[in-house]
Design a protein around this ligand. Structure first.
Ligand code: FNR
Length: 189
């Protein structure tokens, strides 16, 4: 029996009715038994300022500890101006410091971008990957997930409204579960 892996899901949008948040919940509904997905909030994190790291805010400490306790991270993000929203970049920066103590180090990651637009947030997806390479996060390569037309993907209850998309998302989260198994040292529970 495989032990359940705790996976942080970071949603790049702070919006109440966020399509990305709906997607994060849809992924959790499709997760295989080997994974336990949990949304880790980022909207409460003060804007990163290196001066604050002398006495880090409680929110930063809690966030860093939460990521440390997880065995992987799935990023589900909108694209803002062909890049990553500031709130998500801030969370990445907060988790990466103090120098030498990055909580991201070695955690297996997956990236999904979600947009109502046709390009599916490709620019944000790959800008995010640039940071994750530097942070030494092994990133799931395939399947790639640029989710376009996302405003037409959910029913009124927030569930995925068609079988084809549901199968794709299930394949994505299942591939990630297999990926995570390759990094047994990634958790610090
Ligand atoms: C956007 N949006 C957007 N969409 C896109 O596909 N590429 C882009 O570069 C941008 N740029 C952008 C900038 C800013 C500041 C905002 C507020 C929006 C539209 C965006 O995809 C749309 O608002 C999504 O619904 C945002 O995701 P959530 O909040 O629904 O998860």
């Amino acid at each position: 029996m495989m032990a359940t892996k705790h996976i942080a899901v970071i949603v790049g949008s702070l919006r109440k009715d966020s399509l990305n948040r709906k997607m994060a919940k849809a992924l959790a509904a499709l997760q295989p038994p080997s994974l336990q997905l949990e949304i880790v909030e980022i909207g409460q994190l003060q804007m990163y300022n290196q001066d604050l790291d002398e006495t880090p805010p409680r929110e930063w400490i809690d966030f860093r500890n939460k990521i440390l306790s997880c065995e992987g991270v799935i990023f589900v993000t909108p694209e803002y101006n062909r890049s990553v929203p500031a709130a998500l970049k801030n969370a990445i920066d907060v988790g990466s410091r103090p120098y030498g103590k990055s909580v991201w180090n070695g955690k297996p990651a997956a990236v999904m971008s979600v947009s109502p637009g046709a390009i599916g947030g490709f620019g944000a997806n790959h800008h995010l990957r640039q940071s994750l390479v530097f942070l030494n996060m092994p990133i799931l390569q395939q399947p790639e997930a640029y989710i376009g037309g996302a405003d037409k993907l959910f029913d009124a209850s927030g569930a995925i409204n068609n079988d084809r998309s549901r199968e794709f998302l299930k394949g994505f989260v299942t591939s990630y579960a297999t990926w995570v198994e390759r990094f047994p040292e990634a958790g610090q529970r």
